[in-house]
Design a protein around this ligand. Structure first.
Ligand code: ADP
Length: 159
């Protein structure tokens, strides 16, 4: 059974992330989308709410599970019995960082391979930080995030 981990901040999950996840779910037997609990990086949304929003956004994907983890991604991947890490690439600017990260992970556990996926062009530019910026400046984010995230953020603004 080929298990892949898709790790990240997902703060919040976007249609770009979902597109990567859908492709991964079509390639691997099981994909675990795992939210990193990073005590040094103050997030926009609490990790438990990010996990809940992912759960509500992936009901159409049977072989995808959601989780969160602390510490090294590669250690988490080993614990889950995964053979693959999925990362997404948007532009050349992502490439340098992602290549470095994958090489560091490979040096820590050679048996776990990083696979890079891309999205459909219409989702390519989407990032959680762009969405936060648009949302905080009262722009329309409905095209960029799954419905549960949109509903959650609209409600949050009203409260
Ligand atoms: P991180 O903080 O680990 O970069 P993110 O939630 O920002 O976490 O992203 C997780 C992964 O998804 C990263 O590999 C990122 O490059 C990728 N990703 C995010 N948005 C897109 C997108 N629109 N197209 C392709 N890859 C994406």
């Amino acid at each position: 059974m080929k298990i892949a981990i898709y790790p990240g901040s997902f703060d919040p999950i976007t249609k770009g992330h979902l597109d990567i996840l859908k492709t991964g779910a079509g390639i691997f037997d099981k994909v675990i989308i795992a939210v990193a609990r990073n005590s040094e990086k103050k997030g926009f949304l609490p990790v438990d709410e990010r996990v809940q929003l992912i759960r509500e956004s992936i009901t159409h994907l049977d072989n995808v599970e959601v989780d969160s983890f602390e510490g090294l991604t590669i250690e988490y991947a080993k614990k889950q019995g995964a053979q693959v890490l999925i990362r997404g690439l948007r532009a050349v600017s992502d490439f340098e960082y992602e290549l470095q990260l994958s090489q560091a992970n490979s040096a820590l556990a050679e048996e776990i391979k990083t696979v890079f996926l891309t999205t459909k062009p219409k989702y390519n530019f989407i990032s959680s930080s762009t969405i936060k910026e648009i949302y905080l400046n009262n722009g329309d984010i409905s095209k960029f995030v799954p419905q549960p995230v949109y509903d959650y953020l609209v409600k949050r603004k009203v409260c």
